[in-house]
Ligand binder design. Structure first.
Ligand code: HEC
Length: 146
């Protein structure tokens, strides 16, 4: 039996497999780059969203929170916090109140620091979280509580 598996066959499997998976890789890459513009609604990227993203990074929010599943598991997921906490009508009010009342100092509850952001910065961060929540990510996270 073992003699029937020749070097030539091994080579063909090697090259054939490589080409096969390279084609799948190229097809998926093409599909992703084609889908992205519709899913991330980049036409809605404003200056405010960009400033909010910079604030998100400068203050290391991801050091405690996850955003669409990426980040640290210390604090709640924020990819859908915009919908969870009021959406169009209520989110900005909730968000501003939340940031300004930190730390809550409730015994036994995890703490979030106060970042001492001004109203413009808070609005920019809210715009960033709104923009993030409106991306088409196949309804991730699946649960409204994150
Ligand atoms: C040191 C860790 C830490 C960092 C850094 C942090 N947070 Fe938090 N955050 C928390 C914790 C813990 C909670 C939950 C607190 C609670 O429920 O009392 C929370 C809650 C929140 C909530 C409310 C979530 C909800 O479901 O109601 C929002 C909004 C929020 N954080 C935004 C931010 C933003 C924006 C930043 C960056 C500027 C940030 N956090 C940085 C720890 C952190």
């Amino acid at each position: 039996m073992s003699e029937s598996f020749t070097k030539g066959m091994a080579r063909n499997i090697y090259y054939g497999g490589s080409v096969f998976f390279l084609l799948i890789f190229l097809a998926l890459t093409f599909h992703t780059t084609k889908e992205m513009p519709q899913r991330d609604h980049r036409e809605n990227l404003t200056e405010s969203v960009a400033r909010g993203k910079a604030l998100w990074e400068d203050n290391n929010c991801i050091g405690c929170h996850t955003l669409l599943g990426e980040g640290a598991y210390f604090a709640p997921e924020l990819g859908n916090v915009y919908y969870r906490r009021g959406g169009e009508e209520g989110f900005k009010q909730f968000f501003s109140g939340w940031l300004k009342s930190q730390p809550l100092n409730i015994p036994g509850r995890r703490q979030m620091p106060n970042f001492h952001l001004n109203d413009q910065e808070i609005d920019d961060l809210a715009e960033f979280l709104k923009w993030t929540s409106e991306m088409n990510v196949n309804n991730w996270p699946p649960n409204i509580e994150g």
